[in-house]
Design a protein around this ligand. Structure first.
Ligand SMILES: C[S@@+](CC[C@H](N)C(=O)[O-])C[C@H]1O[C@@H](n2cnc3c(N)ncnc32)[C@H](O)[C@@H]1O
Length: 257
C-alpha cells in the first residue's frame, strides 16, 4: 500500500449494482474498487444493502446497519423503558419523551432504542462512510411495518457534532445530548469487536470527545449522557452527577441546572 492508496473503495456485488456503486462513489468522492486489495476497506453495494468490510486475510465479516433482523430486530419487540438502562439515563419517565441528539451516531443502535421508545432522535455522524451505512439502514427499515414509526423519529445529519451543537439556535436545543465515543478497550463480544475493528480502521479513536462533551453541556436543556466502559475514567476527567452502572459499560449522567 502506498501513501496514495485510498482508505475506502466502493465495490459492488453483481453487475446489477454497478450503477448504484458508481453513483455512491461520486457522492462520497471515493474510487470504485478494481480488485480485492486496492484499499483496506470496501464499501459494497449488494442486494442486502450497503456494507463495510476490511479486506485481506483474517478480517471480520461485513458491518452493516440492520434494524430489521439480527440483534436489533430481535430486540425491538422487547424494548421497554424499564428494561433499558439507556432509557433511565436519558430521563424517560411516565409519558415524557425527551428530544435527543445522539452526537456519535455510529451504526445507530442506541438511537434506534431511544426512537423505539418514542424519543425524537437526531443522529449526528462525522464519518461520511458510516453516515452512508446509516442512511441505507434507515431507508430499508422505513418500509417495514412495525419499524416505520421509530424510523420516522430518527433524523440523520452528517457532520461534526461539535460544530452541529455549537450552531443550534435557542429553539432547536435538544432536551438531551447522548454520546458514545470510541474507547480503546471496550465490550469483548465478538460482534462489537468486529465493528470496532472496522470502525477503527476508518475513523480511529474519538480524540475530540471531551470537546463534544463541552459543547453538549452548553446546549442540552436537561442532561448529557456519556456511555463509558465500566471501569474507565469519566470523559475528560469531568465527574458526572450520577452513574448508571452496567456489566461492561455504564452511563455517566450530567444533569443540567
Ligand atoms: C462507538 S461509535 C457509536 C456507536 C453507537 N452508539 C451505536 O449505537 O451504534 C462512535 C461513532 O461516533 C462518531 N463520531 C466520533 N466523533 C464524532 C464527532 N465529533 N461528530 C460526529 N460523530 C462522531 C464516529 O465516527 C463513530 O461512528
Amino acid at each position: 500500500m502506498t501513501s496514495s492508496t485510498p482508505r475506502v473503495c466502493v465495490a459492488f456485488d453483481g453487475e446489477a449494482f454497478r450503477g448504484d456503486a458508481e453513483a455512491l462513489a461520486a457522492i462520497l468522492g471515493l474510487p470504485l474498487a478494481t480488485g480485492p486489495d486496492d484499499a483496506p476497506l470496501h464499501l459494497t453495494v449488494s442486494a442486502a444493502g450497503l456494507s463495510l468490510s476490511l479486506t485481506g486475510p483474517d478480517t471480520p465479516g461485513p458491518v452493516r446497519v440492520d434494524f430489521i433482523s439480527g440483534r436489533l430486530g430481535y430486540r425491538q419487540a422487547r424494548i421497554s423503558p424499564r428494561g433499558e438502562s439507556l432509557a433511565r439515563a436519558v430521563g424517560l419517565r411516565g409519558n415524557e419523551r425527551p428530544s435527543v441528539v445522539d452526537a456519535t451516531a455510529g451504526l445507530g443502535r442506541d438511537a434506534f432504542v431511544l426512537a423505539s421508545l418514542g424519543c425524537r432522535v437526531t443522529l449526528v455522524e462525522r464519518e461520511p462512510v458510516i453516515a452512508a451505512l446509516l442512511e441505507d439502514g434507515l431507508a430499508r427499515a422505513a418500509g417495514q411495518p412495525g419499524l416505520a414509526d421509530a424510523v420516522a423519529r430518527m433524523h440523520l445529519v452528517q457532520g461534526n457534532a461539535r460544530d452541529y451543537l455549537s450552531a443550534l439556535d435557542e429553539t432547536a436545543r435538544p432536551d438531551v445530548v447522548y454520546m458514545d465515543p470510541m474507547y480503546p478497550h471496550r465490550d469483548k463480544s465478538a460482534l462489537v469487536k468486529k465493528e470496532m475493528r472496522v470502525f477503527r480502521a476508518l475513523a480511529g479513536d474519538d480524540a475530540d470527545a471531551p470537546e463534544i462533551l463541552a459543547a453538549a453541556l452548553r446546549v442540552a436543556r436537561r442532561r448529557v449522557v456519556v456511555k463509558r466502559p465500566a471501569r474507565a475514567e469519566p470523559l475528560g476527567g469531568r465527574r458526572p452527577g450520577h452513574r448508571i452502572p452496567g456489566k461492561t459499560t455504564r452511563f455517566d449522567v450530567y444533569v443540567k441546572g
